[in-house]
Ligand binder design. Sequence first.
Ligand code: HEC
Length: 142
Amino acid sequence: MARRLGIAVGLTCIVLVVTAAGQQKPQFPEELVKLMEEVQIRFKPLQDAARFSKAKFESAAKHEELAQHATRIAELMKQTTKFAPEKDLPDKPKKEWNETCEASAKHALELAAAARKQDYSGYRAAFKRMDAACTRCHEVFR
Ligand code: HEC
C-alpha cells in the first residue's frame, strides 16, 4: 500500500516537472516588465483616440494629455534599449531589438506632435507606425 502510494506520488512529481518545463517562457528582468506595464497604461488612451471619428477627435480628445502619454512612451522606449538581449541570436538579433526601440520612440514623438496640432490623419498614421514597431518587437522576442 505504502509502496503504491510512493509510486503514485513519484509519477505525479514527474508529470508536474515535465509540464513546468514545457511551459517555460523567456524570462525578462523585473524592471523591463514594470516598464512595459507603464507603457500599457499610457498606450490605452492613445489607442482609444486613434479609433475616434475625425469629429470626435477634434472636439473631444484631450490633446495635451495624449501628447504627454506619447512623449513618455518615447522616453520609455529609449530606456527599453538597455534591456537588449545579451546573446545575439539568428532568430533574435540584437539589431532588431534596438531598431524597434528606436522606431517606436520616433513614432511616439510624431504621435505627440500630431496630438498637439490636433491633426487627426497625422495622429492616426503615427499611431499605426508606433503600434507596428511595438508588435514587431513582441513577435521576435516574446
Ligand atoms: C524592443 C522590444 C520591445 C518593444 C519595442 C516594445 N515591447 Fe512591449 N514587451 C517587450 C517584452 C520583451 C515584453 C515581455 C516582458 C514581460 O514579460 O512582461 C513586453 C511586454 C509588453 C506588455 C505586457 C503584455 C503582457 O503579456 O501582459 C505590453 C502591454 C507591452 N509590452 C506593450 C508595448 C507597447 C504598447 C509598445 C510600443 C509602444 C511596446 N510594448 C514596445 C518588448 C518590447
